[in-house]
Write a protein that binds this ligand. Structure first.
Ligand code: MGD
Ligand code: MGD
Ligand code: SF4
Ligand code: MO
Length: 682
């Protein structure tokens, strides 16, 4: 802890996105009064984006939840913790006894620490269910599956700073200039050294301004683009034959499948001229070291897993992985989504990605947890909970830090599902639209009000200490969970986050060498860090892949069209995403005056030619309608999207009333990036 005259400086990590930028909170008389930059931090080197700069607003906001609240006929009633947790334990226990453990479901939080998510999934599994998941299901579930089956690990292969060593950066479906701003610095450094940057995105975004080649493909056509590029690479002999022979399996099958997708075919599907597909293929394959950077434009489709698989195939074909400057970089979303997944807050994975259903993985965990019973089948994913609740299969839901009413697809269905539950607990730092449906609301401490570890997108595990006290009677999630476990009779033997981390290091092999003391030194450790003398592993897949036989898999995939495409009734293609000033469903960023003043409400981008044809002017109120529902937004005219396409952020309530719940068959991620929509002036 550093001190200035009156103020104390407390090192911390940004609570918004997955980059894990560091800064100092300025404290005065126990209150957060500002921030101070941390130039020595290896990720952000001092700078922060607008959300990081506004982070203290979260801590000080008058809306913070301060007491446990029970819903009564006369509104919310304040409860003592003792009463609140007894009630939660009793209701969970009753549902379990009357309807079996799988009538319970648990949504973990990518905003909470590793220790909290580990405990959360442990409680669920000790109660007998694997119905535990987190928002990665809406985000990078396709990465976990797609990179898992090709490379053997569903995580970023190289650290962010290594992007500056790439000779070619292929950005596909990522708008990092707005959503992971510190990444832009590394790409600019690569450009300084002469790197060629390709950006494949249906929209022109601030990231596009970094591009030497811009590929404005039709939404949902990435497999065709990637197959078209690979076709060129194979036919022109630009592949890395030695790498393919020595380090991969499956080339003949891929080679054969690629013959069906020449650049002309890819062009018909994507709308990109064949010459540009060829140019991109040559630039990527010929580069000494090339990286693929991708994010939601790739993952949030019914073909999300296929998209990710095709990205991995491209990298493998060209030997562009496992080296300095050569890698596959899925930019993760939330500040601890990587960690929530590593900790097993996932329906189909135990901590450390042992598969639920695999007897050996279960055996190891049973020994560690000293239990003779664990769920044998994968549970319901976050995206299957609504349906199960609607059918009456789910009776009680415990939500720790997720605003599913505004972040899951088809909000009306989510609302109905929440209404049909016998019991809903929501543990959050603010009263969200989801919490409004709860029977019991539990007030949680925010990141700086507790201690624990958080894993960033580059697998960097960092520890933060408590800087200040939570408001009112709010408690750290870890404390709430430990008290609840006691009431449930689960008898978990920890007192602190450090104790939980000690168990994590036994349960998750890549965290084997991590202790609170080691994480606090410097800027954390990058997993895998298997033992106490291991320095961490910034670059994955050097020498061998993380598959059982050490070889990567080349897996062919075929283009399939999105679940819903525009038709005469719903002629527009609506795509949804993000802007720099707000964050996800907005519970945090909409509570910052500085952010809200600059971006105050829901808008929809429309191409000027469509606006003209429909006599829509800048700032007009529009009604948007899909097969799921209707919402209103303010029109913004821009040529940055194509004709026939609409773009909306989901930072304000309303957007997900429109989106559909068609799921990727393997990863169960919804297709947030494509819906058929119609519009009219209000
Ligand atoms: N400012 C800000 N930063 C954030 C967040 C936030 O809400 N606000 N959220 C965090 C989270 S949880 C996440 S997951 C990340 C997400 O970060 P990103 O993935 O960068 O976010 P998105 O805006 O959802 O989508 C990225 C881009 O994909 C493009 N796209 C849409 N459809 C397609 C397609 O079919 N193909 C291709 N190639 N591109 C397509 C969009 O036009 C968009 O520019 O950001 C994190 N950081
Ligand atoms: N249409 C559309 N929908 C999308 C997407 C899209 O691109 N388009 N993207 C999807 C993606 S990638 C994601 S990741 C999801 C995100 O979906 P959510 O995870 O639901 O989004 P957030 O708004 O970040 O919600 C996090 C919640 O955690 C609370 N919180 C913050 N800190 C803490 C804490 O320490 N403890 C507790 N208990 N709670 C805390 C916040 O107040 C907030 O209510 O949205 C998805 N939804
Ligand atoms: S880039 Fe991400 S981690 Fe860094 S300041 Fe912005 S929101 Fe925070
Ligand atoms: Mo995300």
């Amino acid at each position: 802890m550093k001190t200035t005259e009156k103020r104390t400086l407390h090192p911390t990590i940004c609570p918004y996105c997955s980059l894990g930028c560091g800064f100092f909170l300025e404290l005065e008389e126990g209150k957060a009064v500002g921030i101070r930059y941390m130039p020595e931090h290896p990720v952000n080197e001092g700078s922060l984006c607008p959300k990081g700069n506004a982070a203290p607003d979260i801590l000080n906001h008058p809306d913070r939840l301060k007491y446990p609240l029970l819903k009564t006929e006369n509104g919310w009633k304040q409860l003592e913790w003792e009463e609140a947790l007894s009630l939660a334990a009793e209701k969970l226990g009753t549902a379990r006894k009357e309807n079996g453990p799988n009538s319970l479901a648990f949504l973990g939080s990518a905003k909470c620490s590793n220790e909290e998510n580990y405990l959360f999934q442990k409680i669920a599994r000790l109660l007998g269910t694997s119905n535990v998941d987190n928002c990665a299901r809406l985000c990078h579930a396709s990465t976990l599956i797609g990179l898992g089956k090709t490379l053997g690990a569903g995580a970023m292969t190289n650290p962010l700073a290594d992007l500056s060593n790439s000779d070619c950066v292929f950005v596909i479906g990522s708008n990092f200039a707005e959503n992971h701003p510190a990444v832009a610095r590394q790409v600019l450094r690569a450009k300084d050294k002469g790197a060629f940057v390709i950006v494949a995105d249906p929209r022109l975004t601030p990231t596009s301004w970094l591009a030497d080649l811009t590929l404005r493909l039709k939404p949902g056509t990435d497999v065709a683009l990637l197959n078209g590029m690979m076709h060129v690479i194979v036919n022109e002999g630009l592949l890395d034959r030695n790498f393919v022979r020595e380090k991969t399996e499956g080339f003949p099958g891929l080679e054969q499948a690629l013959q069906r997708c020449c650049p002309e075919t890819a062009s018909r599907i994507t709308g990109i001229p064949p010459s540009e597909i060829i140019k991109a293929a040559r630039a990527y394959a010929r580069a000494g070291a090339a990286s693929i950077v991708y994010s939601m434009g790739i993952t949030q489709h019914i073909s999300g897993t296929d998209n990710v698989t095709a990205c991995a195939d491209l990298a493998l074909l060209c030997g562009q992985v496992g080296r300095k400057g050569a890698g596959v970089l899925p930019l993760r979303g939330q500040n601890n989504v990587q960690g929530a997944c590593d900790m097993g807050a996932l329906a189909e994975f135990f901590p450390g990605y042992g598969k639920v259903g695999d007897a050996e993985a279960a055996g190891r965990l049973k020994t560690l947890w000293k239990t003779d019973k664990l769920p044998e089948k994968p549970g319901l994913t976050a995206t299957e909970i609504a349906e199960a609740a609607g059918k009456g299969k789910l009776k009680a839901l415990y939500v720790m830090g997720e605003d599913l009413v505004n972040s899951h697809a088809d909000s009306s269905r989510v609302r109905e599902a929440l209404e049909s539950l016998d019991f809903l607990v929501v543990q959050d730092i603010f009263m969200t639209d989801t919490a409004e449906y709860a029977d019991l609301v539990l007030p949680a401490a925010a990141w700086a009000e507790k201690e624990g570890s958080f894993t960033s997108t580059e697998r960097r595990v960092q520890w933060t200490d408590r800087a200040l006290s939570p408001p009112g009677e709010a408690k750290p999630d870890i404390e709430i969970l430990l008290l609840l476990a006691e009431k449930l009779g689960l008898g978990l033997p920890y007192r602190t986050a450090g104790d939980v981390l000690a168990e994590i290091s036994g349960a998750v092999p890549s965290y084997g060498g991590m202790t609170k003391e080691r994480l606090k030194k410097g800027f954390g450790l990058i997993w895998p860090c298997p033992d106490s003398s291991h320095p961490g592993t910034p670059v994955l897949h050097v020498g061998r892949f993380k598959t059982p036989d050490g070889k990567a898999r080349l897996i062919p995939v075929e283009y399939q069209s999105p679940a819903e495409i525009p038709d005469p009734d719903y002629p527009f293609l609506l795509t949804t995403g993000r802007v720099v000033l707000h964050y996800n469903a907005g519970s945090m960023s909409r509570r910052s005056k500085a952010l809200l003043e600059k971006e105050p409400g829901l808008f929809v981008e429309i191409h000027p030619s469509d606006a003209k044809a429909m006599e829509i002017g800048e700032g007009n109120r529009l009604v948007l309608e899909t097969r799921r529902g209707k919402t209103e937004a303010t029109a913004r005219l821009t040529g940055k999207i194509g004709p026939g396409v609409l773009f909306m952020p989901f930072h304000f309530p309303g957007t997900n009333v429109l989106t559909g719940d068609a799921l990727d068959r393997e990863a169960k991620i919804p297709e947030f990036k494509v819906s058929a929509c119609r519009i009219r002036r209000e």
